[in-house]
Design a protein around this ligand. Structure first.
Ligand code: 4HQ
Length: 253
């Protein structure tokens, strides 16, 4: 996948792509990544990229001409890439959207600053708008990094053939089960015994039950939206029966 980022702060991305899985993906050739400075596409001597808002008010707006020139230059370098503006008005980012984007040949991520970009830009130069959530940031750079991180780990070959991307929270609509490593006792807290038995069938069942319990407690909204597997339904029915018995006892109190 070809990734181009348009930003006023390209230096923010240097550390981002030189670490971890993204660095490996780039070395491996599965991903190419570059950040282009929007300022370099401003035509005037002072390379101005912002201006005062029509209609008045506080803050500045990103001028359309440098951004349009930057997007056209990026499209020249990555003709098949989708242009995506990072914006609170965009489609809310999710694992499903990450998967959709991971199937593209490329992404041109446009990062605004100040109050945002001149709205006339969105006409034909911007194919998609993505928000990483309902909170206000100072720029699109952190959202672009979140999108790149979530998307690149789904590109075939990037995770190194492991199945962890598939099992992660949200790829199956449930939160992940808890994880443990050595030592077996940490500050008095033990690792659940079943995980030390080597009984894979029991371990899988324990993990599924732990996933369901976590999701039930922390994110019941996820559980409501989800279609249960027969095994999951069976676990919920058992909880229901166990709670029913406890209630019967409570009612006689
Ligand atoms: N922005 N998800 C960039 C965001 C945002 C978000 C506010 C985008 C500032 C200039 N972007 N403008 N949330 O808060 O994507």
């Amino acid at each position: 996948m070809q990734i181009l980022v348009l930003t006023l702060f390209p230096e923010m991305f240097a550390a981002f792509w030189s670490h971890g899985m993204l660095r490996k993906a780039i070395e491996q050739g599965s991903v190419t990544a570059a950040a282009l400075n929007i300022r370099g596409f401003a035509a005037d001597r002072h390379q101005v990229t912002d201006d005062r808002p029509y209609g008045g008010g506080s803050g500045m707006v990103m001028k359309p001409e440098p951004l349009a020139a930057a997007i056209r230059a990026a499209k020249g370098r990555a003709p098949d890439a989708r242009t995506v503006l990072m914006s609170p008005q965009g489609r809310v980012f999710s694992q499903a959207l990450a998967r959709e984007l991971s199937e593209l040949p490329g992404m041109i991520l446009i990062c605004g600053r100040y109050e945002g970009v001149d709205d006339r830009l969105s006409r034909d130069l911007i194919a998609d708008e993505v928000s990483i959530g309902d909170y206000v940031l100072t720029g699109g750079e952190v959202p672009a990094m979140a999108v790149i991180d979530a998307v690149t780990r789904l590109i075939p070959g990037v995770l190194g053939g492991e199945d962890s991307a598939e099992r992660d929270s949200f790829s199956n609509g449930l939160l992940e089960h808890p994880h443990y490593t050595r030592p077996p006792v940490f500050e008095g807290a033990e690792v659940p015994g079943v995980l030390l038995t080597g009984h894979h069938r029991n371990i899988e069942r324990w993990r599924l039950e732990a996933s369901l319990l976590r999701t039930c407690i922390n994110r019941p909204d996820l559980l409501r939206e989800r279609e249960l597997s027969p095994e999951e339904a069976e676990i919920l029915r058992r909880w229901h029966a166990d709670l029913g018995k406890l209630l019967e006892k409570a009612e006689s109190c």
